[in-house]
Design a protein around this ligand. Sequence first.
Ligand SMILES: NC(=O)c1ccc[n+]([C@@H]2O[C@H](COP(=O)([O-])OP(=O)(O)OC[C@H]3O[C@@H](n4cnc5c(N)ncnc54)[C@H](O)[C@@H]3O)[C@@H](O)[C@H]2O)c1
Length: 369
Amino acid sequence: MVGTTNLWGEAGKVDVNAKPKLRVALVGCGGISGTHINGWKRLSPTAQIVACADPIEDRRHQRGEEIGLPRESRFPYLKDILKSGIEIDAVDCCTNNSAHAPVSIEALNHDLHVLCEKPTTTKPQLVRKIMAARDKAKNRIFMTAQHMRFEQKSLKLKEFLGGGILGDIYYARAQFLRRRYLPARIGFIDKTISGGGPCIDIGVHILDLTLHFMGYPEPVSVTAITPQKMAKRKDIRGWWGEWDRGKITVEDFAAGFIRFKNGGALTLECSWLTNMREPELTKITLMGTEAGAEWPELTIHGESNGSVTDTALKFPQDNTGGHAKEIEVFADAILTGKPSPVPAEQSLNVIRILDGLYRSHAAGKEVKV
Ligand SMILES: NC(=O)c1ccc[n+]([C@@H]2O[C@H](COP(=O)([O-])OP(=O)(O)OC[C@H]3O[C@@H](n4cnc5c(N)ncnc54)[C@H](O)[C@@H]3O)[C@@H](O)[C@H]2O)c1
């Protein structure tokens, strides 16, 4: 299953008498935590959730039941878990965006590893504070849950690109556009809780993945628009239900142009509401001097012996989803002493760019990041 060491036992075999080698506290018991719970269950008993926290009582008890935790292991906040005496090694932070930094810093200050949902935080200075706490902690891993990196198609394309087969990747197009899918909950539409709209919610996924394929070039400047065009209109119907038109304070569309120190560039487009043909479009186009590539199609476009060529990558399908795999690589990195699979230095660049998009829109011009 995971890694090559014997920490995980024989592949596919569960030793029911084993004590967990990695004890995890789940913090935030809302929607996405259910997916994380399934990911941790795959790794049991080597890694297990031993406590959970959410200030909303029903939620922590519902998730607690799903995990199989006794009632006394369910708490309102991380601080309550820390006070309880329950031993933990890592925190899985699934809170709303505004709590990512305080929860992660509190965990790192207690020498715990952290897996934190995306976006890492809403501001670059908060990512820097997380990095400072990580550096003070003893060999602790901080990883943002960029699950799209760990989907099989992404792993395969990254592996294929490994030898530099595209040459100098000087341009990329990253698109995560939704026609009428606006997440209606207050934690997504109120900027004080979410930090932003589709940029922070889904732009963060496609931007991280595109930068990952490009080899994480250093960003220098951004020019963008991040307007709210349709979200207050009562005649627009969302396909995920109604939202409070009076409380939505975030953008519903964004388009940006990002310049890199190496002379390359990237365009990013994302939306929750826009007038387009597809219900959803998730696509990356990479253009290199030797070849181009498209994700998720996994096609390579080049030239050979005087003809242009289109090549498709083929491999047997693995049904492990990106979320389960991200939890696996996080646990594996801790147990086998590897560095964070998503270094915070890379997440900082993602947040610098997203913050730059908003600043550029407000300023009406290109801004340095
Ligand atoms: N990777 C993905 O595909 C994906 C999908 C959905 C959401 N997310 C991310 O996951 C996070 C949670 O999203 P969600 O959809 O589960 O939201 P949600 O609103 O359903 O749940 C968030 C929960 O966190 C709790 N919470 C807030 N502050 C807390 C704190 N300090 N301590 C403990 N609990 C706290 C809230 O009470 C709530 O129950 C967000 O950051 C979101 O961006 C990621």
